[in-house]
Design a binder for this molecule. Structure first.
Ligand code: C2G
Length: 745
């Protein structure tokens, strides 16, 4: 007989399941049987099951026709289990290497249950561990952590044996902090004595899709004679970072969800002692849910159901609470619950208003920066939309550049006086043709977000922006995609875990999306899940590359920047790395290109124009390279820089798609391509065979390629032609004109 029976239901999302099994295979504790219960999966997982069947002692069961749900799977698992202990593992979660080992150690004390730790994450195991480790680098933090751990251990000894004394039980549930007391009714993370479960016939109620855990766990907690808490047995519960296409059960939007919560609470009550501590906890949970979450929806939701049917439903459930539950709530919450029990909708709403008002007051008090947002919602958004106002923004107002610049200049030149143009620019510098300049995240900015009729942005709009009816949003985006984006990215590590969800809402506010080539059109449709109008005219930012006076512009710019007339130029424009950052939107960049070597070998003929991505916060030190390296990282517009560049070196930046319009040589310095491709992003095209130049891995190779640039041009001629036809086919210098005519007429 195996020691542990792991019960693992599978319904969908094979790739999560695969990771779950991979991680389980790394467990140091091996004496377990794996009971997989299939809930009519639609994906083909035979290969996966076969592979792991030879690694684990595994048995596979399938739910009968007409039966579905995680509750039913777990019940089958309990019936089939033969191990001394039971452990529930969901197919999209994972355990760490020592999780089972640490749980089993605690079972030496012969308890009914060992309560482990449940940690939530949006990441796979490697990224989860990376984040945990990074938190621990600070020594002081580590000491503090250790101290906390010791405190916990001493507490743990004091309540290790729980003798059903109600007072003591209450203490376990409530006076301990979140981590020490059992606070949630999830079954995950704990190890159960199977004999205890079977003897008491604990089962999951299969009528509930989302809330069956409480139907198993509450009666179990009530019957529990002894349990231990261990701090080092971690169960990692994974939220899906694409809740739109692959929602976890907890992320599923379902109208029935709310009613089910109430039904499950009412059903669970029937399994419990009227005056028991678990009943007290259950009631408290539903009251807390009403006070902190649901009441807000009752006040704010556009859907009337929240004020009628759902209001009545929650009122009925709350009618059944034990009265002493309310003793611990604050006055406003008590009043809110009393109003609910009296079916006084207006009363509930006014309590919510008071609660939110107080919260808002403290928020403003702490951070005055939110004031402009309040002005945006409560004052500016009530003003009429001004039909002639256009708000422009590039790269979070860091510079005056990219496609919005070229669309703006076209409008300013061709429709003089017709529009009032406003530019968001953080450093507040002036722009040509007299547009008004406002700082991003200022009162004026908030004002123009509310009243402008048109928007031309090259990145996403602020999260707090809410498009008003009649407003027109032109999203130009900022590059043909090489690196995988949003919904095509398996795991997003560099942005908020809610990135995909936020993107999904924001892209619904776009009326137009600019595409530079058929490849972008197709990719944007999938990676942004964008269904709106596509403006397929090329990139306005590339117009300048086709202007008849482009050589004059280049000559003037060279002069302005002081670049010697007798030297050719090499532009080095790398991108940023998702995993190397200081803080939000501030990335590190370590120069891997040996500029000293380049200076040594190439300075007779060339100078280097260094241009880091706008996310890069590091200032590259070019001491000793004066006269050879020109740091143009702060120069507004890279399109102008292309004009004065004879060769472009990049890595995974989209700059080469644009630069290729000039048909000048491109080299790829891809020293970390394996990591970039496999760990960070992944690509849409094959860099080995589809990009218009060689991949180079050392500075020596780069120097060599430059010294032999004619040979490289010859070698890549055919590939370059093919690339040009595929990616530069729309650009002809008229993208701004076409877009202006279509949108601004
Ligand atoms: N850019 C720049 N200097 C660099 C790198 C980029 O000025 N050293 C500008 C270019 O206009 C480029 C744009 O920023 O096209 C986007 O930069 P990428 O390096 O491609 O990276 P990212 O901002 O992640 O955008 O679809 C494109 C993707 O969204 C990539």
């Amino acid at each position: 007989m195996r020691t542990i029976s792991i019960i693992l239901p599978f319904f969908k999302y094979k790739h999560y399941f695969k990771e779950c099994l991979q991680n389980l295979a790394q467990s140091t504790f091996k004496d377990f049987e794996l009971i997989v219960v299939l809930d009519h999966p639609t994906e083909d997982i035979d290969d996966l099951l076969e592979e792991y069947n030879s690694i684990f002692d595994m048995r596979i069961y399938t739910l009968p026709e007409g039966v579905t749900g995680v509750a039913a799977c777990r019940n089958v698992g309990i019936q089939q289990a033969k191990g001394a202990y039971l452990y529930f593992l969901d197919s999209d979660d994972y355990v760490l290497e020592d999780t089972l080992q640490n749980l089993i150690k605690a079972m030496d004390h012969d308890v009914d249950m060992v309560n482990g730790v449940l940690n939530h994450t949006w990441n796979n195991k490697a990224n989860y561990l990376h984040k945990v480790e990074n938190k621990e680098v600070d020594e002081e933090d580590q000491e503090e952590r250790e101290q906390r751990r010791l405190n916990k251990l001493s507490n743990f000894v004091s309540f290790a044996s729980y003798e059903k004394d109600e007072q003591q039980a209450q203490a376990i549930f409530y006076t301990m902090d979140n981590r020490r007391g059992i606070r949630t009714f999830t079954v995950l993370g704990n190890l159960y004595n199977r004999d205890f479960v079977v003897r008491n016939n604990f089962k999951f109620n299969e009528n509930f899709r989302y809330y069956s855990d409480m139907t198993f766990m509450c009666p179990l907690l009530e019957k529990l004679n002894t349990f231990l808490r261990v701090e080092d047995a971690i169960y990692v519960k994974r939220k899906h970072n694409d809740p739109i296409n692959e929602p976890a059960l907890s992320q599923e939007e379902n109208d029935n969800r709310f009613n089910e919560r109430c039904d499950a609470v009412e059903y669970t009550r029937t399994l419990l002692k009227e005056e028991g501590v678990v009943r007290f906890c259950l009631d408290r949970k539903i009251v807390s849910y009403f006070v902190s979450k649901m009441s807000k929806r009752i006040r704010r939701s556009q859907d009337d159901l929240w004020r009628t049917d759902y209001f009545e439903r929650i009122a009925k459930t709350i009618d059944g609470i034990r009265p002493e539950v309310m003793n611990r709530y604050k006055r406003n919450s008590k009043k809110m619950v009393a109003c609910l029990q009296n079916r006084d909708l207006k009363g509930v709403q006014s309590c919510v208003r008071r609660k939110l008002g107080i919260k808002k007051f403290f928020r403003v008090f702490k951070n005055k920066n939110v004031l402009f947002k309040l002005a945006y919602y409560h004052i500016y958004s009530k003003k009429p939309i001004q039909d002639n106002v256009i708000l422009f923004e590039t790269f979070m107002a860091k510079n005056y550049s990219d496609s919005p610049k070229y669309i703006y200049e076209y409008i300013a030149k061709n429709y003089p006086g017709k529009y009032k143009c406003v530019w968001a620019l953080n450093d507040g510098h002036e722009v040509p043709y007299g547009a008004e300049v406002v700082k991003r995240f200022s009162f004026k900015y908030a004002y123009y977000l509310a009243v402008s009729k048109y928007f031309v942005f090259n990145v996403r709009q602020p999260l707090w922006y809410r498009k008003r009816e009649g407003q027109v949003f032109v999203e130009t985006w900022h590059g043909t995609p090489l690196k995988r984006l949003v919904f095509d990215q398996e795991e997003v590590t560099s942005a908020s875990p809610k990135y995909k969800q936020q993107f999904y809402r924001q892209r619904q506010e776009w009326d137009y999306l600019v595409s530079a080539n058929p490849f972008s059109t197709k990719t944007f449709r999938s990676c942004f899940m964008y269904e709106g109008k596509m403006l397929e005219y090329g990139y306005p930012r590339n117009d300048i590359l086709y202007w008849p006076n482009k050589d004059e512009i280049a000559k003037d710019l060279r002069k302005k920047l002081g670049i010697p007339e007798d030297k050719k130029t090499i532009l080095y424009a790398p991108t940023w790395r998702d995993d190397e950052h200081y803080g939000k939107g501030e990335y590190k960049f370590t120069l891997a290109l040996d500029l000293k070597l380049m200076m040594e070998k190439l300075s007779d003929e060339y100078v280097v124009l260094l241009r880091t991505h706008h996310y890069i916060a590091d200032n590259i030190d070019t001491t000793g390279l004066e006269g050879f390296v020109y740091n143009l990282s702060k120069y507004d517009d890279i399109s102008e820089i292309y004009l004065i560049s004879d060769i472009c070196i990049t890595d995974y930046s989209s700059v080469f798609f644009d630069f290729a319009n000039l048909k000048r040589p491109v080299l790829f310095y891809t020293y970390d391509i394996e990591k970039y491709k496999n760990q960070l992003r992944g690509f849409y095209i094959d860099m080995n065979t589809e990009v218009p130049g060689p991949l180079l891995y050392t500075s020596e190779e780069v120097v060599d390629a430059i010294l032999n640039i004619d040979q490289i041009n010859e070698e890549y001629k055919e590939r370059y032609e093919k690339f040009y036809k595929r990616f530069c086919c729309y650009d002809d210098g008229n993208a701004s004109k076409h877009i202006a005519e279509e949108v601004f007429k």
